[in-house]
Write a new protein. Structure first.
Length: 364
């Protein structure tokens, strides 16, 4: 059995990071590979999710962070435990000291090439380690932004020069890399979560329960956004449905927080929602997978990835940047998911074929 080592953000206590890792692992294992995540402890990735996230903070700012953290210490511990349990039970981690023996190295998916997150382009996520004879591949790597400085372009040129095959998650990333590597073929593939079908995700959710039997609006915000809050509130007023969310405290009267929800519980809450309002790429992904009525408020800087996704599936009309935009649309408009599913199925087959071409279970 051939072995694959993957580098990604498997230690980020973030729903999307965990779910894309699980999906890529499942796809590759279903093809007959032994899959292991290099259990690299990246302080830049882990720091925001610590019980006391003090990285870069001093004095009064550090004291305020400690006081806020103490206030939510119990739910933070519960949430952290659920993410750690998911890592240990669902992801196959290469915990022992490794000689990096494998037939393939893969980096991705997620924003592994977003230097703002990793504090510079990391050798771990550009696969500049281990044996020179191992094929190096990126699957669905994301840069997470729409432009690169001249300095960043030079760094990319140096760090990715030994990559055998490059695929990215967004058209914007493809264009950025084609400017740096005019002679390399850059492919655009689906995020790993989209490689699994609705039925396959349904199987993974067996036994996962939602704490509710009524209709609700699922509101999930990754970055602070006041327009998001206004849109969710307006939808709640129009429908009378409560808001379910994953923040520490309630910002709406008719709302319930599921801040401590586990990774697969998060997916199940999207699956069972009547509407979804989100700033998140992966909440958008699962809204599409489960054919939900959803609205997206993209982030000004990192929103290119979700914009590229909905554009590719002819769903750009689901973007509402402001409450004023939302008030001009039919909030209850049905989505033609028959068409969307057909487009997605074609793209899924293309992405799986790309992966199959690059990682072969048997020697030819």
């Amino acid at each position: 059995m051939k072995k694959i080592i993957i580098t990604t953000f498997q230690r980020a206590h973030n729903y999307g990071a965990m779910l894309q890792a699980l999906a890529l692992q499942n796809v590759l294992e279903n093809k007959g590979f032994e899959v292991r995540f290099l259990d690299y402890k990246d302080v830049n990735i882990e720091a925001p999710y610590r019980l006391f996230p003090l990285k870069g903070k001093k004095g009064i700012e550090a004291l305020k962070t400690i006081l806020r953290s103490v206030r939510y210490i119990e739910p933070n511990i519960i949430r952290r435990h659920r993410f750690l349990t998911f890592q240990e039970k669902k992801l196959h981690l290469e915990k022992k000291k490794t000689d990096f023996f494998a037939d393939y190295y893969i980096t991705g998916s997620d924003q592994v090439w977003n230097s703002d997150i990793t504090n510079g382009l990391s050798d771990i996520y550009t696969l500049n380690f281990g044996r020179k004879d191992v094929k190096r591949i990126s699957y669905g790597a994301s840069i997470g932004k729409g432009q690169l400085s001249v300095e960043e372009q030079t760094i990319f040129q140096n760090k990715l020069q030994y990559m055998n095959s490059i695929s990215v998650r967004e058209e914007t990333a493809k264009k950025l890399l084609e400017e740096i590597f005019p002679n390399k073929h850059i492919s655009v593939v689906l995020d790993p979560t989209l490689l699994l079908t609705r039925e396959e995700w349904g199987n993974l959710l067996e036994g996962i329960k939602v704490q509710n039997n009524k209709k609700y609006i699922l509101a999930y915000m990754v970055e602070e956004n006041q327009e998001f809050r206004k849109i969710a509130k307006n939808l709640e007023e129009k429908t009378g449905y409560p808001i379910f969310h994953f923040e520490k405290k309630n910002f709406w009267k008719n709302a319930k927080s599921f801040y401590t929800a586990g990774v697969l519980e998060f997916v199940n809450y999207i699956k069972n929602a009547e509407y979804v309002v989100t700033t998140s790429f992966h909440a958008t992904v699962f809204s599409i997978i489960f054919n939900k009525k959803f609205w997206i408020i993209p982030h000004e800087v990192t929103g290119s990835r979700v914009i590229d996704l909905v554009n590719s599936l002819e769903l750009s009309n689901r973007i509402v940047n402001t409450l004023d935009m939302f008030l001009k649309v039919d909030y209850n408009e049905d989505i033609n998911y028959e068409r969307v599913d057909k487009i997605l199925d074609i793209k899924r087959k293309q992405s799986l074929q790309w992966l199959e071409n690059e990682v072969k279970e048997k020697n030819e």
